[in-house]
Design a protein around this ligand. Structure first.
Ligand SMILES: [Zn+2]
Length: 852
């Protein structure tokens, strides 16, 4: 990473000096397996003759640099990251001819060889600063331009970019050239190229302004049997529903010519909103039965990326400090569209269970930051694709909508798109439009919600008269000392009573609160109900605590509460109290295991089961941990056996059972499920489940390299490779762990996808003491990893290799010692990752102390 940074000041200076008009980029993808030839011709103007600037180009070799007809010596002006451009004219034409590197980290132009058929697949991933790995470019979002790509590739490939794919012109030797039309004026980070023998599915729709928009879905040929026409048709249907919803909600037609959605190998994120050419992780091509939570997540992701076509692609942030607005808006808008326009009506329950718990967790880390973050350079933004930027931002937009009203919000957003189409903006440009449509002053709201960090906690405080009616009722708001801001909230207060044995909402009261204590006259004189729920319907962003009586009622009747959002909120309150060491972790385990069989929402269930892993592995005191983990495994196996045949619950209980299995009889059960001697009616042990079962046997010491190699020869696929890498990393003896650690930290043998899987497998262990020697090694390697790996690889390693399962004071004090070192402090983004690891550990130690 060193030398590849770009500061906000440099970007601002460059934007003040130049205007970029057009790029004409010619790529020859047939030159070698390691590099490709990249020739960029860029036209731009400068407002100061004789001034100098630079263009970004991360290259293997620069062949030629020609500025305004003058050959510059690459040895003098280029350093493989930047090219200096001296003595600018008013109008300039620059040619850069370079050899660029294919990447295997998912950043830049990624090259993947399919193990199933040896075909080569390429795709680009440019956000944040990686278009410069494919062509010479002024790499910052506010230097928008048109981009014309000309691509030379093997004739049998499909070549896809932002503009519709033109007919290829044949060249010699089985090659062809695709000459795309120039894009509209867009930012470089949303340009794209996807190339290879992809399988393609076609459809179309009619946009609000009457244009026919061609639609495409693409996946690798070896995955076509799993994508198939039926699943592609489903994706087209969700896309049409999304188009109709957004075009109608924003009052602005889709801004590009076509819409392709491509499922690509070894993708680091869920998806990427390249204009008209969206890429998705292949985990969304379902070769094995997915949990309903995953099926829903895919739809939310499809509509998240579609929302970006307006928010982000048509109108783009000036600099990365407004990244949050891009992501929060897309998160908010996608849930709105999914809940209103698709069959996934429970999207807001999913939002509550998943997004909000992510936001609350992130917002309580020492590294938390205001939603509007200070982004001084590229390193700052790389670590900011976090729970604040996505989930808290979206939660706060949800609160903003409660404040200004959905109609005025969408009207304001539509005006914003019309006014700033194909340009760049800052936050105030949006607030101006929302103030105009809603008539509300958003300045102080923005200060309190967007420019300060931290989450508030809300509790009720009340007195009763002799008839059991409220004599007084107030909502108390608090904050921690480090983040003391109290905020105005518009929220619901839900009153629930037991009716026919079921806990049902009898009243929902909308209130505005502010400050440390707000008296609610609305509730005085009302009969106290069985349960009072603050933030009923989840409109605001705050942790809620239940009063003692309400808590007791909620816990007893949790699974017969009808409204799934209410259940999610109560689960959330219990989780927050556990994390805050106000509730015993054993009670939390009991609550989850006692109610989960009746949970109807797949994402809520998945969230609870993930939290169970955290509680079992980290929150229970050390001396009892083994026994508690075994008890959880026992319960999950029993739940799986008792679940409805073929149900989502049956699948989830089985999957999570593999995460806990440890006793002889549990490993016997895992083994029997794998070899088919134990069958659960309706449960297919498909390819991915096989790997999960095998990995649990590896962790349990019942299987090793032989069994892994055996399954890998049957499953010769990209998924098989990834799963095998994870299983190998989970082999539990000291020598194997050391080999894995060295492979990951000292070589670059593994691609991003394999690094990710193996680093997760590494910390899987029943006897966690095998990880002990790696505590010191982890810190000794941290700086080296940071300095020699790309950002994404470094992040996987530093997050996943941290030996958290040790979870004791000695690991904490070692962490503190290393974080304090000047060489670590000198790298703020690295230091942030280490600080977050430590914070999770310190929280765990605090919760452990309540487990007596
Ligand atoms: Zn996004």
């Amino acid at each position: 990473m060193p030398g590849e940074n770009l500061t906000r000041i440099e970007a601002a200076e460059r934007a003040a000096l130049i205007r970029v008009h057009s790029y004409d980029v010619t790529l020859d993808l047939t030159t070698s397996d390691r590099t490709f030839n990249s020739v960029t011709v860029v036209k731009f103007s400068s407002n100061r003759a004789g001034a100098s600037t630079f263009i970004d180009a991360i290259t293997d070799k620069v062949n030629r640099v020609v500025l305004n007809g003058v050959e510059l010596d690459p040895a003098e002006v280029a350093d493989n990251v930047r090219i200096q451009l001296p003595n600018l004219a008013a109008e300039n034409e620059l040619l850069v001819d370079a050899e660029a590197l294919y990447m295997n980290t998912g950043e830049g132009l990624h090259r993947f060889v399919d193990p199933a058929d040896n075909e080569v697949y390429l795709y680009s991933q440019f956000e944040v600063p990686d278009s410069r790995r494919m062509f010479a470019v002024f790499e910052q979002p506010d230097l928008k331009a048109t981009f014309k790509f000309n691509v030379i590739a093997p004739k049998h490939w499909k070549v896809t970019s932002n503009q519709p794919t033109p007919a290829a012109r044949d060249l010699n030797d089985g090659k062809a050239v695709w000459e795309f039309a120039p894009t509209p004026v867009i930012s470089s980070y949303i340009t794209a190229l996807v190339a290879g023998p992809y399988t393609e599915y076609r459809s179309e729709l009619t946009s609000a302004d009457g244009r026919v928009i061609p639609l495409g879905v693409f996946c690798r040929a070896s995955l076509a049997e799993f994508m198939n026409q039926a699943d592609a048709d489903y994706i087209f249907e969700k896309t049409r529903e999304g188009f109709e919803f957004f075009e109608n909600a924003f009052g602005v037609p889709y801004p590009f010519e076509k819409y392709d959605q491509l499922f690509v190998p070894e993708f680091n994120a869920g998806a990427m909103e390249n204009a008209g050419c969206v890429t998705f992780t292949e985990t969304y091509v379902f070769r094995s039965k997915p949990a309903d939570a995953t099926r829903e997540r895919r739809v939310i992701t499809i509509l998240h990326e579609l929302a970006h076509m307006w928010f982000g692609d048509l109108v783009t942030m000036k600099w990365w400090n407004d990244l949050w607005l891009n992501e929060s808006f897309a998160e908010y808008a996608s849930h709105l569209a999914v809940a209103n326009a698709t069959e996934w009506k429970g999207a807001w329950v999913t939002f509550s269970a998943l997004e909000k718990s992510w936001a609350y967790r992130q917002d309580q880390l020492p590294s938390t930051h205001p939603i509007v973050a200070e982004i001084n350079d590229l390193a700052d933004v790389q670590v900011n694709f976090d729970g604040i930027t996505y989930a808290k931002g979206a939660s706060v937009l949800q609160q903003l909508v409660a404040f200004v009203g959905e109609d005025d919000f969408l009207k304001g957003v539509g005006n914003y798109f019309r006014k700033h189409a194909f340009k760049n903006t800052e936050l105030t440009d949006l607030l101006v439009e929302l103030e105009a449509t809603s008539g509300r002053d958003l300045r102080s709201w923005s200060k309190l919600w967007l420019e300060t960090a931290g989450v508030n906690t809300l509790r009720s405080e009340f007195t009763l008269d002799e008839q059991g009616k409220f004599a007084s009722f107030a909502i108390l708001q608090s904050a921690i000392a480090e983040q003391p801001t109290l905020r105005p909230h518009r929220l619901g207060v839900g009153l629930y009573d037991l009716i026919d044995g079921k806990l049902q909402r009898v009243e929902h009261i909308r209130v505005d609160i502010d400050g440390a204590k707000t008296e609610l006259a609305e509730l005085v004189g009302r009969k106290r109900p069985a349960l009072v729920l603050l933030n009923d319907e989840d409109q605001t962003y705050a942790k809620i605590r239940l009063d003692q009586d309400s808590l007791a009622v909620a816990l007893e009747h949790l699974s017969d509460i009808e409204d799934p959002l209410t259940r999610a909120l109560i689960h959330g309150a219990a989780w927050d109290a556990t994390r805050d060491a106000e509730w015993n972790p054993r009670d939390y385990i009991k609550l989850v295991l006692g109610n989960i069989a009746n949970e109807t929402e797949s994402t809520t269930m998945q969230t609870l089961l993930r939290q169970l892993i955290t509680v079992g592995r980290f929150y229970v005191k050390q001396s009892d941990r083994e026994q508690v983990l075994a008890e959880i495994a026992e319960s999950l196996l029993a739940l799986a056996k008792a679940a409805k045949p073929g149900s989502d619950a049956q699948l989830q209980f089985t999957k999570f059972f593999t995460q806990f299995a440890r006793t002889a009889s549990q490993l016997d059960a895992a083994s029997a499920l794998l070899d088919g001697s134990l069958r659960l009616e309706g449960l297919t042990i498909d390819a991915d489940l096989k790997w999960e079962l095998l990995t649990s046997l590896v962790v349990g010491g019942r299987a090793g390299e032989t069994e892994i190699a055996e399954l890998a020869t049957v499953d010769v696929t990209a998924n098989g490779q990834k799963a095998a890498a994870q299983a190998r990393a989970a082999i539990g003896d000291a020598a194997s762990k050391l080999a894995t650690f060295k492979l990951l930290t000292e070589t670059k043998e593994y691609s991003n996808a394999l690094v990710q899987m193996a680093s997760v497998g590494f910390t899987r262990a029943i006897d966690v003491e095998v990880l002990r020697p790696f505590a010191q090694k982890y810190f000794e390697s941290a700086l080296m990893i940071w300095e020699t790996q790309t950002f994404k690889i470094a992040e996987y390693l530093l997050v996943n290799l941290f030996p958290m399962p040790l979870c004791d004071e000695s690991l904490a004090s070692l962490s503190r010692e290393w974080i304090a070192k000047p060489e670590i402090q000198a790298q703020p983004a690295l230091s942030r990752i280490l600080v977050e690891n430590l914070a999770a550990l310190e929280r765990a130690l605090k919760v452990q102390a309540t487990d007596r």
